[in-house]
Ligand binder design. Structure first.
Ligand SMILES: *[C@@H]1O[C@H](CO)[C@@H](O)[C@H](O)[C@H]1NC(C)=O
Ligand SMILES: *[C@@H]1O[C@H](CO)[C@@H](O)[C@H](O)[C@H]1NC(C)=O
Ligand SMILES: *[C@@H]1O[C@H](CO)[C@@H](O)[C@H](O)[C@H]1NC(C)=O
Length: 295
């Protein structure tokens, strides 16, 4: 009986506590990038709405170790507890923002922000987020093996390579901007030994069909991405090889052979021929005059 009453009272108190919580410390969330580039600074944010209460403190944890505390009534308000792989930029950090200098691979992990309201409620909320630390490729993905021309029935085989990143980039192929069928694509990765960087390889192979050509062209694109921090594409275009009827085949050559000299003569030597002709006419006239004069 008495246990029942205590239970009920506790539940009411808990409900009131929740109600108070929802009125005093609201909209707590973190803005943590999914991935940060190694060696670059990164900003983590902890957003909250204290409504009418004052802030007591904000704490940041990596895993379960606290490494940063902001308490507005402390002097100085910022305290940093060193942990390996994380260096806090105090000048660029405050009650809502935490800036890490030149992140190392060990900065990867789960981050928790804990916000506490001041007396009398001392309400506390925790929110989490995870961050990867990555090495981005220095160059865009490369495409290797695309021929200049294809015709229906030919095999098309192209390799896409994204060099040296950590983790390896995710590669995907597009044919005329449409994702390639997965059964035409093979993936593999290389490297990664002893902590070195990874290289991602993808190969697409299929038999070209008439419908792969759009206005006589086929476009092959490879995209590489690493989480939401890196996205690069490389596209190449091949032409449809025109099917030429055998009787017509020799024509272009013949025509070219005929056109070429006429073109050359009229363009480069036309005036000279005319000059020489008129010169010869003058010479002839002169000779005729001399002949008659002498007679
Ligand atoms: C990785 O390190 C081990 C031992 O340090 C060495 O035997 C091996 O050859 C290394 N592998 C590469 C690919 O460098
Ligand atoms: C690659 O893709 C897989 C599956 O979609 C995903 O789980 C993984 O996080 C991606 N890796 C990177 C580095 O983006
Ligand atoms: C025109 O005459 C000059 C000399 O008179 C000669 O060198 C030149 O080759 C001639 N050009 C043509 C097109 O016959």
């Amino acid at each position: 009986m008495s246990v029942g009453i205590i239970w009920t009272v506790w539940r009411v108190l808990f409900f009131l506590h929740l109600l108070q919580g929802s009125l005093c410390l609201r909209d707590v969330y973190t803005v943590i990038p999914e991935a940060a580039e190694r060696g670059k600074p990164v900003v983590l944010r902890c957003m909250y709405d204290l409504e009418n209460e004052d802030l007591y403190q904000v704490k940041w944890y990596r895993g379960d170790r606290e490494f940063y505390r902001y308490a507005p009534r402390d002097v100085p308000p910022i305290k940093v507890f060193p942990i390996s792989g994380i260096e806090v930029d105090r000048e660029a950090s405050d009650a809502q923002q935490l800036t890490l200098k030149e992140v190392t691979r060990r900065a990867h992990g789960r981050y928790t922000c804990e916000v506490s309201a001041d007396a009398p409620s001392f309400l506390t909320a925790q929110v989490h987020g995870s961050m990867y630390v990555v090495d981005l490729p220095k160059n865009d993905p490369e495409l290797i093996g695309l021929k200049r021309r294809y015709k229906p029935g030919m095999k098309l085989k192209v390799e896409c390579i994204s060099y040296e990143s950590m983790p390896p980039a995710n590669l995907s192929f597009f044919i005329n901007s449409v994702p390639a069928l997965s059964q035409h694509v093979w993936h593999r990765v290389g490297g990664g030994e002893n902590g070195s960087l990874w290289t991602a390889y993808s190969t697409i192979q299929f038999v070209v069909q008439k419908q792969h050509f759009i206005r006589g062209k086929i476009k092959i694109r490879c995209s590489a991405y690493i989480y939401s921090i890196y996205f690069r594409s490389h596209e190449q275009v091949a032409d449809e090889e025109r099917v030429v009827r055998p009787t017509i085949t020799p024509l272009p050559e013949t025509r070219e052979a005929m056109v070429f000299p006429i073109h050359r003569v009229s363009d480069n030597s036309g005036t000279t021929v005319e000059d020489n002709a008129s010169t010869r006419f003058l010479q002839l006239t002169f000779l005729v005059l001399v002949y008659y004069t002498v007679r």
